[in-house]
Design a protein around this ligand. Sequence first.
Ligand code: WT7
Length: 647
Amino acid sequence: MTDPIFPPSAKVAANAHADAKKYEEMYAASVNDPESFWGEHGKRLDWMTPYTKVKNTTFAYPDVSIKWYEDGELNVCVNCVDRHLEKRGDQVAIIWESDEPGGDEKITYKKLHQEVSKLANVYKSLGVKKGDRVVLYMPMIPEAAYAMLACARIGAIHSIVFGGFSPDALASRIADSKAALVVTADEGPRGGRAVGLKKNVDAALDICGDVTTLVVARTGGGPGNKEGRDHDYATLMADASPDCPAEKMNAEDPLFVLYTSGSTGKPKGVVHTSGGYLVSASMTHQYTFDYHDGDVYWCTADVGWITGHSYIVYGPLANGATTLMFEGTPTYPDASRFWQVCEKHKVNQFYTAPTAIRSLMALGDDPVNKCDLSALKVLGTVGEPINPEAWNWYHNVVGKGKVPIVDTWWQTETGAHMMTPLPGATPTKPGSATKPFFGVQPVVLDPTTGKEITTTEAEGVLAIKDSWPSQMRTVYGDHERFVNTYFAAYKGYYFTEDGCRRDKDGYYWITGRVDDVLNVSGHRMGTAEIESALVAHPNVAEAAVVGYPHAVKGQGIYCYVTLNAGVESSDDLRVELRNWVRKQIGPVASPDLIQWAPGLPKTRSGKIMRRILRKVAEDDFGSLGDTSTLAEPEVVDDLIANRMNRG
Ligand code: WT7
């Protein structure tokens, strides 16, 4: 069976930053001589002290060390704001769209410069110094971007905690980073409801001890400020000077810490530094989305995730782009909201997650079709493998069959896109992240021997052979954990913890985290593959597949299936789905157990928590571990109550 291929249109290729030939040339240059390539492309930034050294990196265990542009000095805020003032001071930098339709705000680069400078002075007045950590616990409002950039301006290190995290999670991050300041808002409106951010900060500080706070009044609600500890944002901003010189930072000074969960232990503080991070974030933003001056670009992520860091704030602003920031949710007040916002602001590049695409797909085509999406030029996806069914809907219904899709594979740890099509260069295949970005050298390793599989067609674990500028540098406060997590299993490589397949055309297909790869009767298969098959069934809205111990096969296949609204569950439907999967993939992928799940346990960012699903499938739900990051903890009770007998 050959996969369908969608080549870039001649028109897109003609105007793109890179067509196929240019991609090949640049890619070859980037891996043949990284020193010259990145020496050249580092110049896309403004440096206060130009670098003379470009790359100084080793993956050799245990002496892993990663430095880029190590003698260069720059300021990230200057690169994202000040340097645009002359040419585009009056251009809109940030379009803000509020939760309630009708509210929006346009912030020019001039205004952005003023707000950020004032806020940087407010930070200083609260005692924040270069190198201090500032925790941001913010809704999606322009002040979140100001708060990030103001840190960069004075050399403070921000650590954003997603607004959906609980007080416990927030407290542990404040404590782990020994934060000097917490910036928050009274409440954050989302989907017509107010999230009690300040209330959660109060609860977190009860746990970890008092820290100075700065509170934006977004709704005027919330618990009110505590004398001597909490400061009102507007009051301090009113008196702040708009003149704040930017700190000269070394390229390797940390820009931010972002906590991310692994398969074991407490979340790791992923550290990204200033120079290399911004080179990669801005370059990928330009090439992956084929961003041109004057385009309106929208990434629907939250700034609490790496996607929000690199592709709402740093990448776009370093490029002098207009970036849209959305406070709300895809389905509030109705299923058309995303598309209404695209129409209203004439969005040219739209970037979202497969989970959002699937949930909107389940609500039909009408909400899309009633909006004018003619401005769209590129559609992006990120966060998990996208099943071809969702890809096709995105392509046909949202993109009317004409808009290239970029499926971007990367990680919190990688800082920027690692594998992705380029709109004018790469023929796409639904479900494949296609080819590496410049400078990225993916390899497929045999998981047992750790050896590189050198044939074009390959299946194994995905590792990266050499460093790229936005690679994470360390785990905050625990370099050993960094070295052991990513460089110990396969010596000499960065281990992504993802499984992947490379097809005959050299295209990469991410099969999911390797802990999600099943081995059924000696056959390896990605849970993503089975999920994709299930979701392709007209009655299925969403599916998650995990392994469970099976006496004969080693592992059996346990499927949690959410049916489309209005579809009745039945044993007949179970049989039908089993046959459907057998037909799509083969008898070896035949589901052993199918549980009807009205909801799947997801983090607030929409990632399915497989750990919990595995535990339930293993009948081991007495030790579910931390469920505090779940969006709807109650779905777990239903899963347990209706779990399937393992026989
Ligand atoms: C993991 C990283 C990077 C931004 C958001 C997630 C999975 C990410 C894709 C994609 C298949 C993907 C991988 C990766 N992933 N993008 N396009 N296709 N899988 O960041 O939370 O650090 O998660 O997300 O499994 O390892 P993250």
